[in-house]
Design a protein around this ligand. Structure first.
Ligand code: SAM
Length: 238
């Protein structure tokens, strides 16, 4: 492997979208570590959370916060930094920036202003869940989080019923049982995979129909983070 000094330096005026671990701290690439070490500033969804990762990696770096509630203001600041030639790394609390996480707005603004955006790929809960689920991976439909309101959720699920490919959702641990109840009504015969606590100590994949999984969750108190995958309508083997 090349020594770090022989690697090309980071490109000035570039926004780096750096993927970070979704649980297991080993899931960060060598390039991600180098970008975090060599950039001028890290824009982080939660600077305290990222501070823990940086400490683990032995990196000391200026951080600014960039989250759902200050995106507009911080986007402006990040574009100004790119104008000054800075290399800006954007990270979120876990996984890939922009995937059900802040990022899209600043990428668009950077590109519009004529700057480069570069992905530093790595962990993403969607990809980890899908690839180990056993469900079809050729075509899939990622929804991210469903709306919170019951009526809107129901309408969205009814709409998705006819989508082709595997369906993939992110769901909070507080609503996963509610989701299974909804799926039991809208898509009762579909095979569902709950990918729980990916890359962590208690990782597991739970498989069954929505009703079977709802029963299982009722019996055991199952906590943690979930990706919910739903087999395509025609994939009975799921
Ligand atoms: N940007 C992240 C990514 O690349 O996966 C997703 C961030 S989103 C705010 C957080 C959601 O991702 C969680 O509610 C859960 O649905 C899913 N997630 C994140 N980490 C996970 C893990 N270790 N196991 C299962 N699901 C996870």
């Amino acid at each position: 492997m090349n020594e770090p000094s022989t690697l090309p330096p980071l490109t000035p005026s570039t926004l780096y979208l750096v993927a970070t671990p979704i649980g297991n701290l080993e899931d960060i690439t060598l390039r991600a570590i180098r970008v975090l070490r060599e950039c001028d500033v890290i824009a982080a969804e939660d600077t305290r959370h990222t501070g823990v990762l940086l400490k683990h990696l032995g990196i000391q770096k200026t951080m600014i916060s960039y989250h759902a509630h200050n995106e507009a203001r911080r986007t402006q600041e990040i574009v100004e930094r790119l104008e000054r030639g800075e290399k800006v790394a954007l990270v979120t609390d876990a996984g890939t920036p922009g995937i059900s996480d802040p990022g899209e707005r600043v990428v668009k603004a950077a590109l519009t202003a004529g700057f480069r955006a570069e992905a530093v790929p790595g962990a993403c809960a969607l990809v980890a869940a899908l690839t180990a689920s056993g469900l079809p991976t050729t075509e899939f439909h990622f929804i991210g989080f469903l709306p919170h309101k019951s009526g809107q959720r129901r309408r969205e699920l009814e709409r998705l019923k006819t989508a082709s490919g595997t369906l993939a959702l992110y769901e909070s641990p507080f609503r996963v049982e509610k989701l299974l109840g909804e799926l039991a009504e809208v898509m009762p015969d579909r095979q569902v995979v709950l990918a729980r606590e990916l890359t962590k100590k208690f990782e597991e994949f739970l498989r069954g129909t929505p009703a079977e999984l709802a029963e299982l969750l009722e019996k055991r108190s199952v906590k943690g983070e979930f990706v919910v995958l739903i087999a395509p309508a025609t994939d009975a083997a799921g």
